[in-house]
Design a protein around this ligand. Structure first.
Ligand SMILES: [Zn+2]
Length: 372
């Protein structure tokens, strides 16, 4: 059931500002690729927490966990080599395919300042990730989780992957934390760490907090409200279409660019996740100014994955993860070229439209209103 008052929600979505969204992405890129297990990653977590507090989302908290490098995974990591014939998540690759992989070569970054910034490599050990919560007035014990991952790889600035998703989450935290905004239910804004190493930050959250759902503490608060749904935002800006036969990709955002909402067909909560995905698609038609949204069934390789058998979990992206990003549609993916300066306003506007989509949907779901 959709609740909340449409005029209020339109006004709230109207508070999203493209320039602010861009400025937050740029802010995140000051920490280079923000690789997990480095000082630049920890500095980015501190910076994000300071931003959240400055927005009025003052009840920030951190999850602490221990990460040991999964050597089986490192060994499997592909170079920019041959593509498989099937894509992750159960998708099927079509048409022209360009090579994909993770850049691990420092010399591939021509910018010496950035090369130096990204020099420190990861070591196993303690990790942290930060979240803050908009507490609902009538149902503080129930929440939606809105996520993006703040870590990156590839010797660039991780501007799109996933500065674009992290900035979206932070912008929503800013607007929902405004003192004149009231919601019936709670919303948790979380900036996952260790996504690129295997969703380890999201997995740690589920492991530590799933059993705490709905518990009331001595002061009458709900440290872990019951989970109603989880939406992840990962790579939000670049939809320039399929690679050409020579593996090059258009320099321009394609006019038919869309926000790809994905659920996972094989998840235990697939039916509920699909319903949630269509709610996002409907809200996109109501609230997003430029780009439409498309629903697909192959959500994969993202922080909503550890939630998908427990609650309705979806992801929003610039492209389908399996068939499109897996087919080489984003040539900056995990590369030294994933820089703030790579993207035009037209690119950023796709991420901003995804922000409008999530903002409108979540505002309806939690019953958001503006206090008169
Ligand atoms: Zn990502």
């Amino acid at each position: 059931m959709l609740v909340g008052d449409t005029a209020s929600i339109r006004a709230l979505v109207g508070r999203l500002d493209l320039e602010r969204y861009k400025a937050t992405i740029k802010g995140l890129t000051q920490f280079g690729d923000r690789r997990q297990g480095t000082a630049r990653n920890r500095a980015a977590v501190d910076w994000i927490e300071a931003q959240l507090k400055s927005y009025g989302c003052t009840n920030t908290e951190r999850i602490t966990y221990n990460y040991q490098i999964d050597t089986t995974r490192e060994r499997r990591a592909p170079g920019r080599g041959r593509l498989p014939t099937t894509a992750p998540g159960g998708a099927r690759l079509r048409g022209n395919l360009a090579p994909i992989g993770v850049n691990t070569d420092s010399l591939a970054q021509p910018d010496l300042r950035l090369r130096a910034l990204n020099t420190e490599q990861t070591v196993p050990g303690e990790r942290q990730e930060v979240y803050c919560t908009k507490v609902g007035t009538t149902h503080p014990d129930e929440m939606y989780i809105v996520g993006g991952h703040m870590d990156g790889i590839g010797w660039g600035e991780a501007a799109n992957d996933d500065g674009s998703g992290s900035a979206l989450v932070m912008e929503l935290a800013r607007i929902f934390s405004s003192p004149d905004v009231v919601t019936d239910r709670s919303i948790r804004f979380i900036l996952w760490n260790n996504e690129e190493s295997g969703l380890n930050g999201a997995r740690a959250y589920v492991a530590q907090r799933q059993s705490l759902q709905g518990n009331r503490d001595a002061s009458g608060n709900y440290p872990e409200p019951r989970w109603l749904g989880m939406v992840q935002h990962d790579m939000m800006m670049f939809d320039h279409g399929m690679p050409r036969a020579d593996h090059t990709v258009s320099k321009e955002q394609r006019p038919e660019a869309d926000v790809n909402i994905e659920f996972q067909d094989t998840a235990k909560k697939a039916a509920e996740a699909q319903k949630l995905a269509w709610k996002f698609q409907a809200a996109n038609e109501k609230y997003a100014t430029n780009y439409p949204a498309t629903v697909g069934r192959h959500m994969t390789n993202t922080d909503s994955d550890p939630f998908k058998d427990i609650i309705p979990a979806i992801s929003l992206r610039e492209n389908e993860r399996g068939a499109q990003i897996g087919g080489g549609w984003d040539p900056q993916w995990h590369q030294p070229t994933d820089l703030f300066s790579t993207y035009t306003d037209t690119d950023c506007r796709l991420g901003w439209n995804a922000a409008q989509t999530t903002h409108g949907t979540i505002a309806e779901l939690v019953g958001a209103t503006i206090k008169k």
